[in-house]
Write a protein that binds this ligand. Structure first.
Ligand SMILES: Nc1nc2c(c(=O)[nH]1)N(C=O)[C@@H](CNc1ccc(C(=O)N[C@@H](CCC(=O)O)C(=O)O)cc1)CN2
Ligand SMILES: Nc1ncnc2c1ncn2[C@@H]1O[C@H](COP(=O)(O)OP(=O)(O)OP(=O)(O)O)[C@@H](O)[C@H]1O
Length: 201
C-alpha cells in the first residue's frame, strides 16, 4: 500500500477553546446551508478527489459510513467508482451503551437494519478495514476533527492505530486549531478530502 504523507498534528493547549456544543451548532448550520446551495456541484468534485486518494491508498477493506443529514454521501461515491468494484466494503455499527463502534461487511445493498444510533447498518460479519473514511462535521488543516460528539471514531481509531483515517468534509467546515482546541483523546486524521482537494496529501 502506498502511504501518503501524514498530517503532522500536536495537541496544543485546549483550555482557551470555546465549548464544542456551540461550535457543533454553528457547523451544522454552515454544512446544511452549503449542501442546500452547492451540494449538487460539490459532491462530484469531492467524489473525484476521493477516487484519486483511494487509487493511491489501495485499501484491502474500506470502512465507510451511511450518510446523515448533509454529510457527503461516501456510500454512493464508492458504489459509483468502478475502480472499487472488487473492494471489500464495511459500514459501522454503533452501540450507545457502551459507546462503541465496530465495522460490518457491507454487500452494497441498502441496509435494512439500523444500529443503536438509528443509522442504517448491515447485518454482515464483523470486518477489519485498513482504510476508514471518517465523516467530519468540522476539521482543522492539521487533521483534527469534530464529529457528533459521541467519541465513536476517536475510540475506534485509538484501538486501531495502524488504520489509515481519511476525513471527508465540505471545505466550508474548516476551523482553526485554536477554535477546536484539540483534546488528548482526539485522534488525528492522515488526510482530509474536501470538494476543493486533499489536505495533507
Ligand atoms: N454517518 C455517520 N455515521 C456515524 C457517525 C457519524 O458521525 N456519521 N458517527 C460518529 O460518531 C457514529 C454515530 N454517532 C452518532 C452520534 C450522535 C448522533 C445524533 O446525535 N443523531 C441525531 C440526529 C443526527 C442528524 O440527523 O443530524 C439524533 O439522534 O437526534 C448520531 C450518530 C457512527 N456512525
Ligand atoms: N479513546 C477514548 N477513550 C475514552 N473516551 C473517549 C475516547 N475518545 C473520546 N472519548 C470521549 O468521547 C467524548 C466525545 O469526544 P469528541 O467531542 O471528540 O467527539 P467527536 O469526535 O465529535 O464524536 P464522534 O467521533 O462520535 O463523531 C469525549 O468527552 C471523550 O471523553
Amino acid at each position: 500500500m502506498l502511504c501518503l504523507p501524514e498530517i503532522v498534528a500536536s495537541h496544543p493547549d485546549e483550555s482557551a477553546a470555546p465549548p464544542r456544543k456551540a461550535l457543533r451548532d454553528r457547523l451544522h448550520q454552515t454544512r446544511d446551508r452549503f449542501v442546500a446551495a452547492s451540494g449538487t456541484e460539490a459532491s462530484p468534485a469531492l467524489a473525484a478527489h476521493l477516487s484519486d486518494v483511494l487509487a493511491e491508498l489501495m485499501p484491502e477493506c474500506l470502512g465507510l459510513y451511511w450518510p446523515l443529514r448533509s454529510e457527503f454521501n461516501a456510500a454512493v461515491a464508492c458504489l459509483e467508482d468502478r475502480n472499487l468494484d472488487d473492494l471489500a466494503l464495511a459500514l459501522p455499527f454503533a452501540t450507545k451503551s457502551p459507546v462503541r463502534m465496530h465495522f460490518r461487511a457491507w454487500d452494497r445493498h441498502t441496509p435494512e437494519a439500523k444500529d443503536e444510533c438509528g443509522i442504517p447498518s448491515p447485518q454482515g460479519k464483523p470486518a477489519e478495514p485498513d482504510v476508514v473514511l471518517v465523516p467530519c462535521l468540522g476539521f482543522t488543516r492539521t487533521g483534527f476533527r469534530l464529529g457528533y460528539g459521541g467519541g465513536y471514531y476517536d475510540r475506534w481509531l485509538a484501538e486501531h492505530p495502524h488504520v489509515t483515517a481519511v476525513g471527508l468534509a465540505w471545505a466550508c467546515c474548516e476551523i482553526d486549531e485554536a477554535e477546536l482546541g484539540p483534546q488528548a483523546h482526539d485522534h488525528p486524521l492522515m488526510l482530509v478530502v474536501t470538494e476543493q482537494g486533499v489536505i495533507g496529501g
